[in-house]
Design a protein around this ligand. Sequence first.
Ligand SMILES: C[S@@+](CC[C@H](N)C(=O)[O-])C[C@H]1O[C@@H](n2cnc3c(N)ncnc32)[C@H](O)[C@@H]1O
Length: 282
Amino acid sequence: MTEKRKWYRGKWKTSAEIAPLVMEIINKVTRRGIEVKEEGNEVSFFSYHPAHLWEKERASLEVQVELLLSLFPDAQIKCDWEEFYEENWQENWRQYFRPQRISKRLIVLPAWEKYSPQKGEIALFIEPAMAFGTGTHETTRLCLKSMEALYPLETPQSMLDVGTGTGILAIYAAKLGIRHITALDTDPLAIEAASKNAALNKVSHLRFVQDTVNPEVGQYDWVVANLETKIILPLLNALTQIANKTLILSGILTGEIEKISSVLDRPPRKCLTEGEWACLII
Ligand SMILES: C[S@@+](CC[C@H](N)C(=O)[O-])C[C@H]1O[C@@H](n2cnc3c(N)ncnc32)[C@H](O)[C@@H]1O
């Protein structure tokens, strides 16, 4: 029998002028994307929340929506919540995950696509389950592109992936040829999804651990962390100390670069951006 997991769906209705701001708030809180249903004078969209995070995310959204309404008292923001089960969610989301060409050499595809890579090309097959990281998000693409550009210059032997989600970055590292790879995530569902994706991509020498960065994780040539600025900041010291060669930090809004670089012990070597997102190579 298939195990079903509980989720909550936020069914939002807002006036058109406020919709982008509400979506931005939801994206910052959940980082799972939004499903837009109807656009016009009134905009309807859905947000998605795993049951174990729902209370916390809902509370955070309510505080921020209240603040928004105090700034825009004529705006309308309404949200109805409903619970549903993973099986259906996966089916719905399958239609939104399309193959993503990251670079000339790298393509990310849904697990159910058929594709034969050309010579020299790397194809990553990802079953997102409930984890973040399909290559459709700018923050993931920036990490993949940084890894591709740096690999031939640094040929790292080891990598720590902090916040692995679907495992996409760790699996790519294995495909590039990095031998010792550990991938951490605090979310047990991510660890489960990442382990399955590693098997799907036929890479076996990765270690997935439900944990965050701590002094016991050891030293790695590369440390890659696609998190959020508010999560990165308290971990920054540990992250810089465990990276022997390079630290790749993503999930940073361009407006937040200064917050990170002002507390680094050395200036970033490079900063790549895509839209409002930045990735620092340190
Ligand atoms: C934005 S996703 C990145 C997923 C994937 N690495 C990618 O680049 O697409 C961030 C992941 O970090 C995990 N996470 C959040 N805080 C964390 C922490 N303190 N330590 C480890 N993982 C964390 C989340 O559960 C989530 O899976």
